[in-house]
Design a protein around this ligand. Structure first.
Ligand code: PMP
Length: 364
C-alpha cells in the first residue's frame, strides 16, 4: 500500500445496505441425500449422456458463444407454446433475469413489490440495485391476500411486481383470477415467475399479449438443468429489447447453449421425469399427512412445505441421518417451525420419511 493512497476499508466504501445483507447461503451437502434445492434427482439416460459427451468434445470452446443464442431460442420456442408475436430473452439462470429487470426499472425511489413469504431473491435484488422493496403478507393459508395486495399497489405504485406461480417456499399456486386482478391494477410490470411450471396445473404463458404489462419468466433448473444455469423471460419485444441492452453480451456459454438444445430436442425425457416427480410428490404428501404432528401444505411444485414442532431440531436430526432439506424456521415469521423438502427419487423419499419419523420420535 503506497503512502499516496490511504487504506480504505469495506466499511467505508461499501454501501450500508450491502454490508447489512447476508450472502445467499448454500450449505455443504457432500455425501448427503440432497433434498434442499429443488433439483431434479434423475440422471439422463445413458444414450443421451453419450450424445452430450460427443457434442461437448466437438464444441468450439475457444470461441465466444453465439451472443444471441439463436438456435437455443428457437428450440425453446418449439417446446413452449408462446402466443403469436411474443419473444424470449435468456438468462444465466432466472436469477440473472430478475436482476436485469430490477436494473432496468431502478429509478430513484422506484418500488419492487412481491408477497411474503416468497422467493428471497426478489428482496435481495431490490437491495442490490437500490430499489425500495415492499412485501405484502400472504393470508394464513399462503393464498394471496388480494385486498391487501391491491391496496399496496395503489399506495406504492410499484414499478415491478413479482409473483412466483407456484410460489416458493409455500408450493401453492395462487388463484389465477386474483393474479389477473393484480396485473390489471398494477401501474408497472408484473412478472409471473413460473420456475416450477413443469409440476403445476396452470400457466400464464397463454395470457401473454392480453396484457401490455405482463411478462412470464421460467427456468430450466427444476426440469433437470440446474447445473447449466438457464432461464428465460417471455413477452412483447418492446420490453425485451430494452432488457437486452442490460444483458452482458455472452451470458449463456457455449456448453449450456449446446447441451440445453440437445436436452430440449429430448423434451419428452425431461417431461417424463417431471411426471414421475409429480407422482412421487403425491406419495410423499400422503406419507407426511399420515404422520402425527406434521402439517404439510398442498404443493404444485417439486417440493413440499411442512410444519412440525421443534423444526430446527428435526432439521438437525435429519442432517445427522444424512438427509439435507431446507430449514425455514427463524426466517419469515409466517414460516415458524416450517421445513421444505424437495421431492427426490423413490428411494431418497423413502429414506427421508424414515429419517423424519425417527427424528420426531427422538424428540418426543
Ligand atoms: N424463481 C423462483 C421462484 C425460484 O424458486 C428460483 C430458484 N430457487 C428461481 C427463480 C431461480 O432459479 P434459477 O436462477 O436457477 O433459474
Amino acid at each position: 500500500m503506497s503512502a499516496a493512497s490511504p487504506a480504505v476499508t469495506p466499511n467505508q466504501l461499501i454501501r450500508k445496505e450491502i454490508q447489512a445483507l447476508h450472502a445467499y447461503h448454500v450449505p455443504p451437502s457432500a455425501d448427503m441425500i440432497k433434498l434442499d434445492a429443488m433439483e431434479n434427482p434423475h440422471l439422463l439416460p445413458q444414450a443421451l449422456r453419450d450424445e452430450i459427451a460427443r457434442q461437448v468434445a466437438n464444441a468450439a470452446i475457444n470461441r465466444y458463444p453465439d451472443a444471441g443464442a439463436h438456435q437455443l431460442k428457437q428450440d425453446i420456442r418449439k417446446v413452449t407454446q408462446l402466443p403469436e408475436g411474443m419473444d424470449v430473452l435468456l438468462g444465466n439462470g432466472s436469477d440473472e433475469i430478475i436482476q436485469l429487470l430490477a436494473m432496468a426499472v431502478a429509478k430513484p425511489g422506484a418500488v419492487l413489490l412481491s408477497v411474503e413469504p416468497s422467493f428471497v431473491m426478489y428482496k435481495m435484488i431490490a437491495t442490490f440495485v437500490g430499489m425500495r422493496y415492499v412485501g405484502v403478507p400472504l393470508a394464513e393459508d399462503f393464498s394471496l391476500d388480494l385486498d391487501a395486495t391491491l391496496a399496496a399497489i395503489e399506495r406504492e405504485r410499484p414499478a415491478i411486481v413479482f409473483l412466483a406461480y407456484p410460489n416458493n417456499p409455500t408450493g401453492n399456486l395462487f388463484d389465477a383470477e386474483a393474479v389477473r386482478r393484480i396485473i390489471e391494477a398494477a401501474p408497472g410490470l408484473v412478472v409471473v415467475d413460473e420456475a416450477y411450471y413443469a409440476f403445476a396445473s396452470d400457466s400464464f404463458i397463454p395470457q401473454l399479449g392480453k396484457y401490455d404489462n405482463l411478462l412470464v419468466m421460467r427456468t430450466y433448473s427444476k426440469l433437470g438443468m440446474a447445473g447449466l444455469r438457464l432461464g428465460f423471460i417471455a413477452g412483447d419485444k418492446t420490453w425485451l429489447e430494452q432488457l437486452d441492452k442490460l444483458r452482458l453480451p455472452y451470458n449463456v456459454g457455449v456448453l449450456p447453449q449446446l447441451v440445453a438444445s440437445t436436452l430440449l430436442a429430448h423434451h419428452d425425457v425431461l417431461l417424463a421425469q417431471a411426471e414421475s416427480i409429480r407422482s412421487e410428490r403425491t406419495k410423499m404428501m400422503a406419507a407426511l399427512n399420515a404422520m402425527a404432528g406434521v402439517q404439510a401444505y398442498p404443493s404444485e411444485a417439486n417440493f413440499i412445505l411442512f410444519r412440525v414442532a421443534k423444526a430446527t431440531q428435526v432439521f438437525e436430526g435429519l442432517k445427522q441421518r444424512g438427509v439435507l432439506i431446507k430449514n425455514l424456521n427463524g426466517g419469515h415469521p409466517a414460516l415458524t417451525d416450517c421445513l421444505r423438502v424437495t421431492v427426490g427419487t423413490q428411494d431418497e423419499d423413502a429414506r427421508f420419511i424414515t429419517a423424519l419419523q425417527d427424528s420426531i420420535n427422538q424428540l418426543a
